[in-house]
Design a protein around this ligand. Sequence first.
Ligand SMILES: *Cc1c(COP(=O)(O)O)cnc(C)c1O
Length: 231
Amino acid sequence: MIKETVSGIRLRIIGACSKIDRDPSKIIIVAVSKTRTTQVIKEVTEAGITDIGENRVQEAFAKYNELRTMNYELGTIKWHMVGHLQTNKAKDAVKIFDLIQSVDSLHLAQEIDKQASKINKIQDILIEVNTSGETTKYGVKPEELTVLINSVSELNNVRVKGLMTVAPVVDEPEKARPYFRILRELKDKINGLSTMNHELITLSMGMTDDFEVAIEEGSNMVRLGRALFEG
Ligand SMILES: *Cc1c(COP(=O)(O)O)cnc(C)c1O
């Protein structure tokens, strides 16, 4: 059943891409499996999804280990941390996550850098931006992004791959468009800076209710929970 759901989502991604002449194969689907079982992680990866998102380090760890003891082939799965990361969890986070999407302070980036260096890892991260200004949301303020990225870029064991945002809950997807646009414009701006020694590639934006609009605005990584698991 998940197979059909995944096919349906891929068709919707193709539809969104065709509107703006983008290549649908460039859009990564991160299946956000928080609160769901390892069984559904197995199913979704068997349906061709290669990226799994979790929002708590402990929960991700438990599932990772459970799948490993089941001798499930984890080699091709990429693990994404999409929830807020506390500094004291950075040590565990660097052990399993391929991409930590929720970095929003220099302090956190420094701790990730420190822990990653201990295990000889270059940890890929995204900077989370609070594009809506909602006080309930995590993320760096847009006006503080350049300074943060310049500082983080000096750390040896983290690599900033791009930006992430969580749009506000709105009653129709179209209303989320301005926030996605803000993130894309920030990426373009940062990439245009002479101080940047590498390019930001990833724009992680778009969830179940708004992923097509996010793709139209330049997303190349959508994070889907309900669309996959309740679809
Ligand atoms: C839960 C979650 C998602 C997935 O949400 P859905 O609306 O179920 O698609 C995406 N991103 C983050 C950060 C989440 O916490």
